[in-house]
Design a binder for this molecule. Structure first.
Ligand code: ZN
Length: 142
């Protein structure tokens, strides 16, 4: 790995655009807002990459999010295993609630950041690559 800032881990852990690693994926100061944690920019504010490549693009991110939740749950379970003699159903349910609901904003955003990084590669700093013109998708009709 040549450079930390060029790696996909940088983009994922900092919630940055996978193409330029400069623009944000999500608006600032919304992670812990119950109504706004799911807000995501439609395109990169810096290089113009469309974040929602097609309608329902992030459907697959749900599987990533499921995997993250499962991994965190198992980790907590194994750690607690050293301190707890016997797990009760209440304890397991509490752990699940904390992991699934309590960490929802983080797993939601992490899974989307991972998902878009599967499909988009780093091209270079925002001021050195060609800006893409963003054509907004029509809102879904139900
Ligand atoms: Zn970008």
């Amino acid at each position: 790995m040549a450079n930390w800032k060029e790696s996909k881990f940088y983009s994922i852990l900092n919630f940055k655009c996978p193409r330029c690693h400069d623009g944000e994926l999500f608006p600032p100061n919304t992670l812990y807002s119950p109504k706004r944690f799911s807000d995501m920019y439609e395109s990169c504010p810096c290089c113009g990459l469309a974040y929602e490549k097609e309608p329902g693009f992030y459907y697959g991110a749900m599987y990533v999010s499921f995997g993250i939740s499962t991994a965190i749950f198992l980790f907590i379970f194994f750690v607690l295993n050293f301190f707890v003699k016997e797990f009760t159903l209440t304890m397991i349910m509490t752990m699940l609630l904390v992991v699934v609901i309590g960490l929802l904003p983080i797993t939601f955003r992490l899974s989307r950041a991972i998902w878009i990084n599967v499909f988009e590669d780093y091209e270079g700093p925002c001021n050195q690559i060609k800006k893409r013109e963003f054509k907004p998708n029509k809102p879904p009709q139900y």
